[in-house]
Design a protein around this ligand. Structure first.
Ligand SMILES: [Cu+2]
Length: 630
């Protein structure tokens, strides 16, 4: 007896010493996420960097970080937003804005399935949408959205990339005007923007905007299958409060899911029913020469929703809904009522019938409200606290994130019964199943995108990393496999099978096809040209030298443009370039590419420059000098 007691005593002593009890994980979890050296991950996951303004690219199931794609933020690692070629991508009507809050990566789709061509993401703060090319993993286009106050419900694609859809989170006076904030109900409006995507080039253009009642539009999905042609948006603050929203926007028992018939909107625009509104906005894109261009557009076509019967309806939805997700069949619209004690699921076919029969319970600011009982398909009862977002596994189940009770809840489509739940650590926002918003999800995993990691990792001062958690959904019970840290806020993510894009990855740019106006195709084309106080240095770089490497004749007060062309034609051999005192960043130049650094010498002397990206055994010898005279 004494022996047993002492064993327990020792065990208690040891557990008392250990920093914490392990939570989650199971026997063969390590094996399931282990990707052996030299082997590839099965999925690419694209995660938003939230307030970092970037997108990060991870492998699943390993959770390894492969690349950070700068989107709305300047990035010294890649020279993005610093080189003359990429600066134009960050131009807006407010000037050069080198930051944004990026939330919802969205993979391009064909017939409702990921097609692996592009990735879109929203900038919340200064309303913008960006497009990345998945052959190069680079941002190639940004477009500003006018008549918007906060681009949160964005960019949710229609099933064939017809449109990137974006809604206004914060209603504001539209067009902007100097009015009292307390005149919210009279003067504040929202917009829903449909941005067309060219099917070949991917180029975006604001096709039309719809002016909608002034409430907060939060998240969106576009219909598919039977609901193709419609887009759905969760909304809150139907109270139209303008102060202390935590109380005043939570009073109504129900807010809405807004349904927009975009096929009808297209017809109305074609019939000339759109109003031309003055709305200055920037459209920035990398041109055929791989040089950023900015164009300023001055008007948009606007449809006023309440003037066009059939264009917009409200579906009553308890209670301050946040997420708005469509199941793979396109029949069910799931809204996460963040303050609701259940998950309401609307039926598209019931909604359509009710709309056609004018089965309304009233209207809100001129928009008909369909009767709740007439559109609801079912309610998932007692799901947990704070339902937010839902994704689908393609096997007949929905998975909903529960912010307040920090868990994922699995429920059955049709019976609406909860069949499983698993804790997350902690405070999950979005969740992601590879293809979980498409017609045919790939399933296999659900990734929890968490806000808080207290006591989960080694501490790093007052701020801890945010995290993602990989959960196996192949069996009846969800199983936690892995925690991994993320960049910025992993707000939302999308994933697709690696095979869809791996073999299409660009390895280098053919030098013969380099159309940059300042490119050189061989070392013997390198030269220095002066035009008044502007100097153009046409420079080549190849392992392991620059040409020219001795530059004389530069004067204090000159503007010196270094146009550096990387002549390498080999995979994974970028070169870097930087000059002492450069006030921006380095250049990072891909094989076959040209990038330009602007340098303004402030003092006489001999100034060194060098390659910043370790490229070979003689990388340290890759350097030169610039003589600056007063
Ligand atoms: Cu080098």
């Amino acid at each position: 007896m004494g022996f047993v007691v002492s064993i327990i005593g020792i065990a208690a002593l040891f557990s008392g010493c250990s920093p914490k009890k392990e939570v989650g994980g199971f026997g063969d979890a390590a094996e399931k996420v282990y990707v052996a050296p030299g082997s590839y991950d099965e999925f690419y996951a694209f995660m938003s960097g939230g307030f970092s303004g970037q997108v990060s690219v991870y492998g699943l199931p390993s959770g390894r970080l492969f690349r950070v794609i700068p989107v709305f933020s300047v990035d010294p690692e890649k020279g993005y937003g610093y080189s003359e070629e990429t600066k134009p991508l960050l131009m807006t009507s407010h000037g050069f804005v080198p930051w944004d809050d990026a939330h919802h990566p969205q993979l391009s789709v064909t017939d409702g399935q990921s097609d692996g061509r592009w990735l879109f993401i929203n900038g919340n703060n200064t309303p913008r949408i960006a497009r990345m090319d998945l052959t190069t993993f680079e941002t190639v286009e940004t477009i500003e959205i006018p008549n918007s106050g906060g681009n949160h419900g964005s960019p949710f694609l229609t099933p064939n990339n017809e449109y990137v859809v974006a809604s206004t989170r914060f209603s504001v006076p539209i067009p902007q005007q100097d009015v009292s904030i307390s005149s919210f109900k009279e003067n504040f409006k929202g917009t829903i923007s449909f941005i067309s995507v060219d099917s070949v080039s991917g180029r975006m253009k604001i096709a039309f905007q719809i002016l909608v009642p002034g409430i907060n539009y939060d998240l969106s999905r576009s219909g598919k299958g039977p609901s193709h042609g419609w887009s759905f948006f969760s909304s809150y603050n139907s109270e139209q409060a303008n102060t202390q929203l935590e109380v005043n926007a939570s009073k109504n028992d129900k807010d809405f899911v807004a349904a927009i018939n975009w096929k009808l909107a297209e017809e109305l625009i074609a019939q000339g029913k759109g109003q031309d509104w003055t709305a200055s906005h920037y459209h920035n894109y990398m041109d055929d020469a791989d040089v950023g261009q900015s164009e300023v557009l001055n008007s948009v076509k606007v449809l006023v929703a309440k003037d066009h019967p059939g264009l917009m309806y409200y579906l009553p939805t308890p209670k301050s809904p946040h997420g708005c997700d469509i199941d793979p069949s396109g029949e069910y619209i799931v809204a996460g009522g963040k303050l609701a004690a259940l998950i309401p699921v609307h039926s598209f076919s019931k909604f359509k019938k009710a709309a056609e029969a004018s089965d309304f319970e009233g209207e809100f600011d001129g928009i008909p409200i369909v009767k709740y009982e007439s559109v609801i398909a079912g309610e998932v009862k007692d799901p947990g606290l704070g339902p937010l977002h839902t994704e689908f596994d393609g096997q007949g189940f929905g998975y909903t994130s529960m912010f307040l009770s920090s868990e994922i809840v699995k429920w059955k489509i049709g019976t609406w019964e909860v069949v499983d739940r698993i804790p997350t650590y902690y405070s999950i926002g979005h969740l992601m199943i590879p293809g979980g918003d498409t017609k045919q999800p790939y399933g296999k995993y659900v990734v929890a995108l968490n806000k808080i990691t207290k006591d989960r990792y080694l501490p790093t001062g007052p701020e801890l990393t945010q995290s993602a958690q990989l959960i196996d959904i192949t069996g009846d019970k969800m199983k936690l496999l892995l925690d991994f840290p993320t960049i910025g806020e992993p707000h939302y993510a999308q994933a697709l099978p690696a095979t869809m894009i791996k073999d299409r990855s660009v390895r280098w740019y053919p030098i013969a096809e380099n159309k940059n106006p300042f490119a050189i195709k061989a070392e013997n084309e390198s030269r220095i040209e002066r035009d008044g106080k502007t100097v153009h240095v046409y420079m080549s770089t190849i392992r392991t030298h620059f040409v020219p490497d001795n530059i004389e004749g530069i004067k204090v007060g000159d503007k010196v443009y270094f146009h550096v062309t990387n002549l390498e034609q080999d995979w994974d051999v970028p070169h870097g370039f930087s000059v002492m005192g450069a006030t921006t960043s380095e250049l990072l130049v891909m094989p076959g590419q040209t990038r330009t650094l602007l340098w303004e010498p402030k003092m006489a002397g001999v100034i060194p420059f060098y390659c910043t990206d370790f490229c070979s055994a003689l990388h340290q010898e890759m350097q030169g000098w610039i003589r600056v005279s007063s």
